[in-house]
Ligand binder design. Structure first.
Ligand code: DX5
Ligand code: ZN
Length: 230
């Protein structure tokens, strides 16, 4: 994947039909998804449980675009290799997911995957200042992690603007995750974000037998986001 800052929409399959992931992934890609975002939760770092490496491995053959695996688990280090072997293109870990975020990012890089670091709404940008050069992406959470369908936390907009300035001309994506809609997307894109995760705002109104709303929803987010760039 060559680096570019064009807007990328990454639907979170946390909002998909849990009995039909293969067809849901095919549907969102056919409807215009740029990436597929996989939310891994452990019931400990966050109060919800989702996918182990075996599930991610089962998703892999259905993903033709790019699969970013958002690990909301602690400790994270013992599981990095398993998620890489499951077929992640990018692995994202939270600053608080272990004692040494620098070591965690090195471990992700060592698998050959792209590496990302995630900041909760309460996590300061200063915590990643010295690891930015190990990152292919920084994820700014605009909800507290754990559940889809929560309200966008606006302090993420200023945080994105400051991060964008910190990054300068380095090839590092800024991803926003939580409460992204056609209303909130322009705010973060104007501040410098290029990858937009959206769960409920993509999957609402559609299904594998009626996937057209997925396309309408993705186009609505993209159009609002791109309008903020002009
Ligand atoms: C939250 C997850 C998100 C979530 C986003 O912990 O990391 O990816 O699915 O859901 P929406 O877009 O519904 O806020
Ligand atoms: Zn996520």
């Amino acid at each position: 994947m060559t680096f570019d800052r064009s807007i990328k929409i990454a639907p979170s399959i946390l909002s998909a039909d849990f009995a039909d992931f293969g067809r849901e992934i095919q549907a969102i890609e056919a409807q215009g998804a740029d990436w597929v975002h996989v939310d891994v939760m452990d019931g400990h770092f966050v109060p919800n449980l989702t996918f182990g490496p075996a599930a991610v491995k089962a998703f892999r053959p259905h993903v033709k675009t790019f699969m970013d695996v958002h690990l909301m688990i602690a400790p994270v280090d013992p599981y990095i290799e398993a998620y890489a072997e499951a077929g992640a293109d990018m692995i994202v870990a939270h600053v608080e997911a272990g004692p040494h975020i620098h070591r965690t990012l090195q471990a992700i890089k060592a698998t050959g995957c792209k590496a990302g670091v995630s900041l909760n709404p309460g996590t300061p940008l200063a915590s990643i200042e010295h690891v930015l050069d190990l990152c292919d992406m920084v994820l700014i959470m605009t909800v507290n992690p754990g559940f889809g369908g929560q309200k966008f936390i606006r302090s993420g907009v200023e945080k994105t603007r400051t991060l964008r300035a910190m990054i300068g001309d380095r090839p590092i994506h800024i991803q926003i995750d939580g409460g992204v809609t056609p209303e909130t997307a322009p705010l973060v894109v104007a501040a410098g974000a290029d990858v937009l995760v959206a769960g409920s705002a993509v999957f609402k109104g559609g299904s594998v037998v009626n996937p057209a709303p997925y396309g309408d929803n993705i186009r609505a987010i993209r159009a609002a986001a791109e309008a903020a760039l002009t």
